[in-house]
Design a protein around this ligand. Structure first.
Ligand code: ATP
Length: 456
């Protein structure tokens, strides 16, 4: 639930504007007026998102023995979503306002701001004329075949392909309980009210784990996964102090869930959900065993028991985490020098998340030797990380441009590098730190190991 006490619309406006100006995020279809609830990631946004997904995959799948990855189809059979309950029940209550003609989710009316008539809409005001809530199904349907005879759906979550392939993964990989299957991919929901920038959109990406376990371990593992996920956010630069844990009370949880934690972040538009960690019991495997008529039980070799595993699901939104990273990184710093006010905009991304890891500048664009060395350094670093070369304008201005997009390090090749003034400094460069703005000299040979130790 959004907490209006902590909102900061001015900060949010600055963030949205920077993201467009510097090429992080654009409105999808902007050229034609825009497609509501859909966003395109520009060059820097694509790098940031990729860094996040790669890190999640590495930590969740590659560095663990007990989690395997998969990559399921987006287009989903009707029967799958029939069994899972999405076709009948994946809906939000919707109301229309006859005063402002707005359409809202009835279950969180207090978080909306009416643009046209804020004093009367929505809901809370006695003057507001709201219709009775109607259930609105959030799934996006499409049709297959030459005459469109077969119905399919764009998946509303990545989880269902994991449940449906659970047996194939189990049989093909010789794994034992407890084990997880993880997936990153697009999901689609026809949200009633897409808003708060990329926070709630109609096409978005999820990073989900279905962790299968013995029934008696479900509660304990839910708490353990909550802790693992909180540590993950800390590692990518979202401090624990800005995260809130909502222990979802009975009645607000899905009927099959015995425990659900929402991990929420203090966005500039309020405290809102980043991820849900839910203990889903054996509901999912149970409905698919019933719906498909195929046995999905697990056979325990040691105890000779046969049973349906229970599931703990940490389900995170990729786009929401990208937005949290951007909101957390955005900073404006007053650097008043000589009585003149000077505001520096800095994106304080952790080096592992930063879209560009290092920028390389020749001090003088016209100095051929400086340019040649820069290009050589660039070539040597490029197989390992995203590098950016820039030779336009004063070096100070170039630093500021990199600060604004969160590049943690800048390397300048200058006259010292050429050994023209101080022979001892030949082959060294100026390395400038984004956050402290401090500079040090480093030899070109040390650069790659120095950076690799910091940017991954
Ligand atoms: P909400 O209550 O905000 O609609 P939810 O509880 O329905 O979210 P889940 O079904 O638990 O969300 O989905 C898991 C995660 O997927 C969410 O925590 C969120 O990060 C992400 N997610 C869900 N819907 C959207 C959306 N429309 N846009 C972006 N991310 C989303």
């Amino acid at each position: 639930m959004a907490n209006k006490d902590v909102t900061d619309p001015v900060r949010m406006e600055k963030i949205v504007s920077l993201c467009k100006r510097r090429g992080f995020i654009f409105q999808a279809g902007e050229l034609y007026g825009g497609l509501n609830g859909c966003w395109d990631y520009g060059p820097l946004g694509a790098e940031l998102k990729r860094n996040l997904k790669d890190y999640w995959w590495r930590k969740t799948v590659q560095e663990r023995d007990d989690v395997l990855g998969m990559d399921g189809a987006i287009l989903t059979m009707e029967q799958v979503l029939q069994s899972s309950g999405h076709i009948g029940g994946f809906s939000d209550p919707m109301v229309d306002c006859k005063t402002c003609k707005g359409r809202f989710r009835a279950d969180n009316l207090d978080t909306y701001e009416c643009k046209e008539k804020p004093s009367v809409c929505p809901g809370a005001s006695p003057k507001c004329e709201l219709t009775e809530p109607r259930e609105f199904n959030l799934m996006l349907q499409t049709n297959f075949g030459a005459t469109g005879e077969q119905v399919a759906y764009l998946r509303p979550e990545t989880a269902q392909s994991i449940f449906c392939q659970y047996k194939n993964v189990l049989d093909s990989n010789r794994v034992k309980l407890p084990f997880g299957i993880a997936q990153i991919g697009k999901s689609f929901r026809n949200e009633i009210n897409p808003r708060n920038y990329i926070f709630r959109s109609r096409e978005f990406e999820q990073m989900e784990i279905e962790y299968f376990c013995r029934p008696e371990d479900g509660m304990r593992l839910t708490d353990e996964w909550l802790e693992t996920r909180l540590c993950f956010y800390e590692e990518i630069g979202i401090p624990r102090a800005k995260l809130h844990i909502l222990d979802v009370p009975d009645g607000d949880r899905a009927f099959y869930s015995k425990k659900t934690y929402d991990i929420e972040y203090e966005f500039p538009f309020g405290i809102q959900e980043l991820e849900g960690v839910a203990y889903r019991t054996d509901y999912d495997l149970g409905v698919h065993a019933k719906g498909s008529g195929r046995p999905l039980e697990y056979f325990d070799e040691e105890t000779k028991e046969r049973f349906l595993p229970h599931v703990v699901e940490p389900s995170a939104g990729c786009d929401r985490t990208v937005l949290a990273l951007i909101c957390e990184a955005f900073d404006e710093e007053e650097l008043g020098t000589d009585g003149k006010s000077d505001m520096r905009t800095v994106m304080r991304f952790m080096p592992s998340m930063a879209p560009i890891k290092v920028a390389i500048f020749p001090l003088l664009k016209k100095n051929e030797e400086q340019v040649r060395i820069c290009r050589e350094i660039q070539k040597s670093l490029q197989p390992w990380m995203n590098v950016f070369y820039d030779d336009s304008g004063a070096v100070g201005r170039r630093y500021r441009r990199q600060d604004e997009i969160g590049t943690p390090f800048c390397v300048t090749v200058d006259f010292e590098t050429l050994g023209e003034e101080i022979p001892d400094l030949k082959g060294t460069v100026t390395l400038r730190h984004r956050d402290s703005m401090e500079q040090e000299r480093l030899s070109i040979d040390e650069l790659l190991p120095w950076l690799l130790a910091r940017v991954r």
